[in-house]
Design a protein around this ligand. Structure first.
Ligand code: SF4
Length: 347
């Protein structure tokens, strides 16, 4: 009896990885999924707390993909290890702070270590030549295979026919004829294949699988590094960059102001780590202070917050300042005039 081969598929939650894993399942291979959590993933709570995202499914798409495929999913936290990838990418950044090539190399390397530890035979990714400008190019795809150490144990079923044969093909674990030759940025072949497999409700690709491809997010991250004079971050930092309006009136501090109720609720969970402000005389958002909490900075933060409250046209607004130890006091401030909020303050 021939041995049933085992492969692990990198599952991002998007359509390509869903299809790649499904294609290999058709070849009789036992497939399991692996999802790496960097902290920068787009999905999850941001869709749940923003009104503008309310039409998007509030689900973890990688788990949804695993359910669609009927496979086991391994979710691996790589937050700490990933810092070195983001802070010192050997191949540099893409259009924003996305180190896509180093990121892909790192994830395939981790997947390679995983298959060696778990007795699996090869790795599947949903990469397509020409699909992404940095990591999915004809010249960079061999770099990922080589620098990750996976070499010809890395199979890309959606574009395998455009690439040299891999070990799973040479050994007949999968039939090369049953693989694909997709290339370029068009999504039509993937959509046709999804239809063939009966997948309808898959996540729409949004230009990248993480916040690092987002220009506004990258500006906020670069500002964080500059303000602290340290290119480092903790998970709370990168979570808070995903929510609120970030206003930096001085290099010493910034104010994070919730833009809607869901963000305010989410930010309340951080009130034991940051001094927080809320307007008490008028309805308004919640603000957190990140940086130096001097009296001068607090008054300026309160005036900025008052500008975003219902009392913005009043002469005076009462603002409650809450210390991290829950001590509170109130001050009365005049809301800043719109022209006093300089455009360069808004990150
Ligand atoms: S978009 Fe983000 S997760 Fe995807 S390859 Fe680039 S850096 Fe990595």
């Amino acid at each position: 009896m021939t041995q049933r081969r085992k492969a692990v598929a990198l599952i991002s939650g998007g359509l390509d990885s869903l299809l790649a894993a499904r294609v290999v399942q058709e070849h009789g291979v036992h497939v399991e999924g692996i999802n790496f959590y960097t902290g920068f993933c787009v999905e999850g709570h941001t869709h749940a707390i923003r009104k503008k995202d309310k039409a998007k499914p509030k689900r973890n798409n990688s788990l949804w993909v695993a359910e669609q495929l009927g496979i086991k999913l391994h979710i691996v936290d790589i937050i700490e290890e990933y810092k070195q990838v983001l802070l010192n990418p050997q191949h540099g950044y893409g259009a924003n702070l996305n180190p896509c090539l180093d990121c892909k190399i790192f994830m395939v390397k981790k997947a390679h270590e995983w298959i060696l530890e778990n007795g699996f035979d090869f790795i599947i990714t949903g990469e397509v030549i020409g699909q992404r400008p940095m990591s999915q190019r004809k010249d960079t795809m061999p770099v990922i295979a080589r620098d990750s150490g996976a070499n010809d144990l890395l199979l890309r079923p959606l574009c395998a026919k455009n690439l040299p044969q891999t070990l799973p093909e040479r050994e007949g674990w999968v039939d090369r004829e049953g693989l694909y030759d997709f290339s370029g940025r068009t999504r039509k072949p993937q959509m046709a294949l999804a239809e063939r497999f009966g997948f309808e409700d898959y996540a729409q690709p949004a230009g990248g699988c993480c916040f690092l491809t987002d220009a506004q997010y990258s500006v906020k991250l670069a500002d964080l590094w500059q303000a602290r004079d340290d290119k480092n971050y903790e998970i709370d930092d990168i979570m808070l960059l995903k929510v609120g309006r970030h206003v930096r009136p001085s290099p010493t501090f910034k104010v994070i102001i919730s833009r809607e109720e869901g963000e305010g609720n989410f930010m309340q969970g951080y009130r034991n780590q940051y001094v927080s402000l809320r307007t008490t005389s008028h309805p308004g958002p919640l603000a957190l202070i990140d940086g130096e909490v001097s009296e001068q900075n607090l008054v300026l933060a309160a005036r900025i917050l008052a500008r975003y409250s219902k009392g913005k046209s009043m002469d005076s607004v009462e603002v409650e300042i809450r210390e991290m130890d829950t001590n509170t006091r109130c001050i009365n401030v005049a809301p800043l005039d719109p022209h006093e909020i300089k455009p360069e303050w808004i990150l």
